[in-house]
Ligand binder design. Structure first.
Ligand SMILES: [Zn+2]
Length: 188
């Protein structure tokens, strides 16, 4: 990334943090940043730094020319290392639909009717747990499901624990698990 872009991102970050909770306009942001391509910097601040910057795509109360940093609290980073091209490919593959709840971008947020959901690219196995940017590890989630998932991240299951749990089940359940795995791996 060039020095100019890093500078613009830092300026937008500082400006939004100084105006937390207040509506700012796209004009103010482009003036502060000194570049016209501020939307990309906003996306980076939102995705890579987890800043809660809302636009009309997130909130029913905002106009297309308005942004607001709703809180100084940061969310976990999303879409790390995913290019715009790969992002579009996954969106198309998943039919622009959240793979957990079926919502699409702009639908009302189930937790807050004044807000709308966005679609994000989620790592099914998080990067911190060894997940990669391989297509098979990527899927579309809405921001509501993605946030719920971040809040209740299940502990990583080890194969040893899982086998122990399966052995405690009835023989018929064990057989079902066996058959399911055989269907997946049997021909390899
Ligand atoms: Zn969802």
């Amino acid at each position: 990334m060039t020095k100019e872009k890093v500078g613009a991102r830092a300026k937008i970050r500082a400006f939004l943090e100084a105006n937390v909770g207040k509506i700012v306009t796209t004009q103010q942001i482009s003036e502060v940043a000194g570049i016209r391509d501020y939307q990309r910097r906003i996306r980076e601040l939102r995705n890579e730094e987890g800043m809660q910057i809302h636009s009309y795509k997130d909130s029913m109360d905002l106009k297309p020319s308005e942004y607001v940093l709703v809180s100084l609290e940061r969310l976990p980073a999303i879409e790390r290392g995913i290019s715009s091209r790969l992002r579009m490919e996954i969106l198309e593959r998943n039919g622009f639909t959240c793979q957990l709840c079926g919502r699409t971008g702009g639908d009302a947020d189930p937790c807050d009717p004044t807000r709308k959901v966005r679609l994000v690219i989620d790592h099914e196995i998080p990067i911190e747990q060894g997940g990669t940017n391989d297509r098979s590890n990527l899927r579309v989630l809405c921001t509501a499901c993605n946030q719920a998932r971040a809040n209740i991240q299940p502990p990583t299951e080890t194969a040893k624990n899982l086998i122990a749990r399966i052995r405690k089940q009835s023989r018929s359940v064990q057989k079902e698990v066996y058959e399911a795995l055989r269907r997946t791996f049997g021909d390899q």
